[in-house]
Design a protein around this ligand. Structure first.
Ligand SMILES: NC(=O)c1ccc[n+]([C@@H]2O[C@H](COP(=O)([O-])OP(=O)(O)OC[C@H]3O[C@@H](n4cnc5c(N)ncnc54)[C@H](O)[C@@H]3O)[C@@H](O)[C@H]2O)c1
Ligand SMILES: O=CCC[C@H](NC(=O)CCC(=O)O)C(=O)O
Length: 490
């Protein structure tokens, strides 16, 4: 196992901090070991990024795109190996990690289109001059990634950032260093110039050293709301630095009048349990109408949930759910469930930790209809909280009764219901008769409130990767035909 795990100025080097390891959560086996980057190494990475930035920004865009397209070719050539590495490090099933690698490759063409459409150059004639709108990169940006999509989500910041001419210092989740290292190996094979993307591995103290460094021009973050809030406080008093925050959610899904019970159950399961509930867009709160139709949907949901296959990433018969990211995360879900039970909730399907030393849990459903004062928290795992409702408007009010606002959805056969819902619900992603997970990279992606700071990523990532420059330009300096009143120039 190599411990040369930091990439600074295209040179691999060992961290000079303390040891840390990455564990396959399905087996408990150590699959990566290294040392954290020290403050000095973070500084070195930022210096390398700074040194490379002007040249990179002024490299013709066609050449920058060539590097990105080479990266896509590398992803395609090594897709199976990469999907295996993501599966080993996250515990996600192989079918899902294959889609993650596919999404990474797809990101490049989408980002190029978005870059041109949203941040291109425009020119307009005006009397005696021309008006231009151009865009410039911010400079050196720090990128922080989460563990649940350790390839795809940092990639969603990195690709548009370097396309726009920024250089990057990337700090991945400490739970997924191996995926990050492999990603950078592919970038190197793609012909990445020195200093354009630097990889800094480590735990919280490495993150703090990077986020608080005075020489970064911005920080693009995907991760938990707690960390995002800390970063936001840290950036207070630095209005010139751009901070893009993509955080968690306490996402509602309302179910009302659906004739096809199986279809409704499918969309609830896809919303709540995909990736073992470890997607920021997962439905945490499912509101089911108190009708015979609601009863039938809940009954089917309970039986289908009990039949969900949970197994190893590489099992011959692929499971719907793999392991959670760690045993700690799995035990955290068991204790969140217990907390709700202690508050008076009723378990409909118990979430169980399946195997000591691993992150395997079975999915759970808990009825919280009669519980008051449920904490407005994101339980980042496969536990659906069910609320039964009678009045649609009360369900919408309760759905909005959260500090978060990432995703929300309605399953209903009535378009009037959807129009009613759409006008009232507060979230950045609002779906009708589709799961609330699985957002498209070709659309803006982000939430309001505690879920983000109005700098949506995916298609709109282009917006926070550069700043607009408005210019009025003329070839020569000319005296205007008419001067301002009181002005005499002879
Ligand atoms: N909205 C989105 O696009 C989106 C996508 C995926 C995940 N998420 C959210 O991410 C969370 C799960 O990911 P996670 O647990 O890896 O998130 P996290 O907040 O624990 O970690 C994210 C990154 O921040 C770093 N970090 C942690 N504390 C820090 C600090 N004090 N200063 C600087 N850096 C610090 C981590 O090392 C990691 O690189 C969930 O809440 C989920 O909803 C959001
Ligand atoms: O865990 C959070 C991401 C969930 C995922 N969203 C995206 O992939 C957004 C698209 C992009 O960033 O390109 C989902 O909605 O399932």
């Amino acid at each position: 196992m190599s411990t040369i795990t930091q990439l600074i100025n295209n040179q691999w080097q060992s961290g000079l901090g303390h040891d840390f390891v990455s564990v396959n959560p399905s087996t408990g086996e150590t699959i990566w070991q290294g040392k954290t980057a020290t403050k000095e190494q973070v500084n070195e990475a930022i210096t390398a990024a700074r040194k490379a930035q002007f040249t990179w920004a002024h490299t013709p865009i066609s050449d920058r795109i060539t590097v990105l397209e080479n990266f896509v070719a590398q992803l395609k050539e090594h897709s199976e190996e990469f999907a295996n590495i993501i599966a080993c490090e996250t515990g996600k099933p192989l079918w899902e990690t294959r889609t993650e690698v596919g999404a990474m490759a797809g990101k490049v063409a989408i980002s190029i289109k978005a870059h041109n459409e949203r941040t291109g150059t425009t020119e307009n004639p005006m009397p005696g001059a021309k008006a231009f709108i151009r865009h410039k990169p911010h400079g050196v940006v720090a990128i922080f990634g989460p563990y649940n999509f350790p390839g795809h989500l940092p990639n969603g910041h990195i690709v548009p950032a370097i396309l726009a001419g920024n250089t990057v210092v990337f700090k991945p989740s400490e739970l997924t260093p191996k995926v990050a290292q492999y990603t950078l190996e592919l970038w190197l094979k793609a012909g990445l110039p020195a200093g354009v993307i630097n990889l800094i591995q480590g735990e919280v103290e490495t993150g703090i050293a990077l986020a608080s460094h005075q020489d970064i021009d911005g920080l693009f973050f995907t991760g938990s709301s707690n960390t995002g809030h800390l970063l936001h406080k840290q950036f207070a008093g630095h209005p010139g630095k751009i901070l893009a925050l993509e955080m968690g959610g306490n996402n509602p899904l309302i179910i009302k009048n659906v004739a096809d019970v199986n279809a409704a159950v499918h969309d609830i399961i896809q919303s709540g349990f995909i990736t073992s509930g470890q997607r920021c867009t997962c439905a945490r709160r499912v509101f089911i109408e108190n009708t015979a139709n609601g009863d039938a949907i809940l009954e089917k949901l309970v039986s289908a949930t009990k039949n969900i296959i949970v197994d190893d990433s590489f099992a011959q018969e692929q499971p719907f759910m793999g392991s959670m990211i760690s045993e700690k995360a799995a035990l955290g879900m068991v204790s969140a469930q217990q907390q709700l039970l202690d508050m008076g909730a009723t378990s409909l399907v118990e979430l169980k930790h399946l195997k000591p030393g691993t992150g395997f849990v079975s999915p759970g459903i808990i009825d919280v209809t009669n519980v008051t004062d449920i904490p407005d928290e994101e339980h980042f795992g496969p536990l659906i909280k069910v609320y039964r409702f009678t009045e649609f408007d009360s369900a919408i009010d309760e759905a909005n009764n959260t500090s978060f606002g990432l995703s929300a959805g309605l399953l209903s056969d009535s378009s009037d219901d959807y129009q009613h819902f759409l006008k009232r619900i507060r979230a950045g992603i609002v779906n009708w008769n589709r799961p609330i997970t699985g957002a498209s990279s070709a659309a803006p992606f982000g939430g309001i409130g505690a879920s983000g700071n109005h700098r949506a990523s995916a298609y709109y990532a282009a917006d926070y990767c550069s700043y607009p420059v408005a210019s009025v330009e003329a070839d020569t300096v000319n005296l205007p035909d008419t001067l301002a009143p009181g002005l005499i120039i002879k």
